[in-house]
Write a new protein. Structure first.
Length: 367
């Protein structure tokens, strides 16, 4: 006689769940209703007998000690419930009762576009959503007002039909959803004309949304219960808001910091100056020290984006770009030449030309 563990394809220390999974897998392949061949039928008997023995703790212990653990002759295939569960989704003759018409509504996804300025402190939006709402006529009952569902006379309210099926094991009872009421156990004889018996209708509604500060492109916010209502007045699904922050011509974002470049005249860079910068949340006075260089980064504390998690704000980082004049009159050129004669410039090195100004600004911004 073949070893029961080998028949099921499991190890001798397999758990009960592993034995059950192995049996179900083999039963789906070998059951006579699926595989009517004579060889498959004999193998199915061996598989079922092996499972009968190994699924019973007392018989398994006896088998492991060298006993037979139940004879193949006259064994009664007592684990019918597992066979029924494998093929019919439940034990023979058992029913789960009628299913409910009320189901949870689907989730919805809306993309929300924001300006960078709105991200700094957050904003409020009233979003128009095309979704399913409760039918105002039947209030989710699916029936025309004054009427009610009636018990299905085919399944008598159980939602399922039981049938006797002949198999190798004899007559077994199977259960399947009632085709007349589709498993609900009741029939709506007079459906609501407004919603066609669905208990909900399509409509536009306004959803108020407080978008928190600090959101960024790709972030999704979940609003539980703000999605569409389910059939027959079932609970609402969730509403997801996917953020997209529009491009800004002046400012860009690095985490909670705001980045920008500031062009400064050569004279202002030499002598020092104060520049009024129009930031996203008001003007900022930027003081430039005498001799400020291109690609220097000035940091204005707490003028960046409000942090989404935690407290406080990021910084405003300003990259300096010194603008050299390209057209000079004779007097201006004479002055520059006199300046150059009194201040010898350092000899240029190759490393100074290996990356441009914007690359330097990027490197300093980010590192």
């Amino acid at each position: 006689m073949a070893d029961h563990y080998e028949v099921l394809g499991v190890s001798r220390d397999a758990t009960t769940d592993e034995i059950k999974k192995a049996y179900r897998r083999l039963a789906r392949q070998l059951h006579p209703d699926v595989n009517p061949g004579a060889e498959a039928s004999e193998t199915f008997k061996s598989v079922t007998h092996a499972y009968d023995v190994l699924s019973d703790s007392a018989q398994r212990q006896k088998y492991d000690r060298g006993g037979q653990g139940g004879g193949a002759e006259g064994q009664n295939f007592g684990n019918f419930g597992d066979i029924f569960e494998t093929f019919f989704g439940g034990g023979g003759g058992s029913t789960r009762g009628p299913r409910s018409r009320r189901e949870r509504g689907q989730d919805a996804l809306i993309r929300v576009e924001l300006d960078l300025a709105e991200v700094i402190f957050g904003t409020h939006r009233d979003l128009e959503v095309d979704t399913a709402i409760l039918c105002d006529t039947c209030k989710g009952s699916c029936c025309q007002p004054g009427t009610a569902p009636v018990t299905c006379d085919i399944c008598r309210g159980t939602g399922s039909i039981q049938r006797a099926v002949r198999s190798l094991l004899g007559n077994v009872m199977t259960s399947s959803p009632c085709g007349s009421c589709r498993g609900y156990g009741t029939i709506i004889a007079t459906p609501c004309t407004t919603c066609s018996g669905q208990g909900r209708v399509r409509a536009r509604r306004t959803v108020p949304v407080d978008v928190p500060a600090g959101v960024d492109t790709g972030l999704r916010l979940q609003m539980p219960g703000s999605g569409e209502i389910g059939p027959a007045g079932g609970p609402n699904g969730d509403l997801y808001l996917e953020m997209k922050v529009r491009h800004h011509d002046v400012f860009s974002r690095d985490g909670d910091d705001l980045l920008c470049s500031l062009e400064v005249a050569m004279t202002g860079a030499i002598l020092g100056t104060t520049v009024k910068l129009k930031a996203l949340d008001g003007d900022v006075d930027v003081e430039l020290r005498p001799g400020v260089q291109s690609s220097e980064i000035l940091t204005i504390k707490d003028r960046g984006v409000t942090k989404l998690r935690g407290s406080g704000r990021g910084d405003l980082k300003i990259g300096i770009q010194v603008v050299t004049p390209t057209r000079l009159d004779h007097k201006e050129r004479d002055l520059i030449e006199q300046f150059a004669a009194r201040h010898s410039a350092p000899a240029p090195s190759l490393s100074q030309y290996q990356q441009g100004l914007f690359a330097k600004l990027r490197d300093r911004f980010l590192g």
